[in-house]
Design a protein around this ligand. Sequence first.
Ligand SMILES: [Zn+2]
Length: 311
Amino acid sequence: MPIAHRFIANHVSYFTGNDDCDACRKTECTEKNHAQERQPRFFECIANESTGKPLLGYLKADVDNLGGVFACGLKDGNGEDVGTVSRVTTLSRMLDVFFSGYMQKLIEYNYPELYTVYSGGDDLLVVGPWDSIIKFSDELNTKFRNFTCNNDNLTLSAGIAFVKHNYPVYRAVEMADNWLELSKDSGKDSLTVFEHTVKWAEVGNILKESQKLSSWLSQRLISTGFVMNLLSYSQMYDKFQNTHKTDYLKFIPLMTYDIARNLPSLNSKNDEDVKMRQWAEDLKDITNPKLKNLGIIANYALTANRGGKDG
Ligand SMILES: [Zn+2]
């Protein structure tokens, strides 16, 4: 493939002062006294900058079908091959400019907390606080769509793995790589996060819904137990989708009972209560995209609130 790594984005998150392990002061960080000005931040400190659970996100992303684009993509209106050396080189260089130069600036300015393992050619591997990594992945895709003028033949796939800061790097990379492969196998132009694969077009909405549920949970308007139940209903929904066994549809009466028992009524005088109840009511509609993506939404809310099994 005519792709060479020339410029490589190399931004890493670093300490700006000798004791600026601010996020870590609140928690038990073992690196508390080791911060040195202008030295890269420790992975433990980066994980501690997360919202809720101190987890690292490993994001691996690359361009879909690049071999095909180079082999068949450079044709004129009559289908004549115009893949001259200069055109191939230009396409290759432009992609490299995006992944090295442009990404370097985007991370430096908007996501200084991220650690770039590499970014150049047609792919990248970035590590950071779990919630920044999700937000960054969405912006990465949006910027890539803009950069390629929404050309449908040039899309990205990505996978995100979440691990504790001391988890072996090579194994975390392997996990992110497996999720990336799942995105490729699920029709590409996709992101796999929290073990669910979704098209990029859905990601913005999923993040909005995740933040909604997360804020209700942090205000204690709903309980961790309720959100954990939502997660198990979403697993039953997924099993129904995969097997078409109607047994799994019993999550609907279970969820209906759970909502009636644990959430405020639609007649509540409090607007937020009504919004929340309506949000939950929508989940009973099996065609609602929120139900399809509930696995990501509920996992996000639990992780952001230190909930879940090992919270
Ligand atoms: Zn620290």
